[in-house]
Design a protein around this ligand. Sequence first.
Ligand code: FES
Length: 106
Amino acid sequence: MPKVVFIEHSDVVHSVEAETGRSLMQIAVDNLVPGIDGECGGACSCATCHVYVDPAWQSLLPARSSDETFMLEGAFEVNESSRLGCQLKMCEEWDGLVVRIPVSQG
Ligand code: FES
């Protein structure tokens, strides 16, 4: 099974197995990764799943949707690597994907 590496703002690392088809938000919640709450259940309406995707992986990700872009505009500490974890569905080619959790969600 592929893995995702979540890194807290304090540099605590969580390397977890990631079922394909599940979102990064669901995977983080399943594995009790602190800082990713997923309050809206993945409906793209809360931004509590905000993560920074490591630059080495960004070219493999789908583009942000207009809904994701809108929600990120209201989030804290957004930068060009910001994504909503609920909008990214795990696939085999993302094995080893590295994402960081913003300090505002710690
Ligand atoms: Fe609410 Fe991602 S879980 S926007």
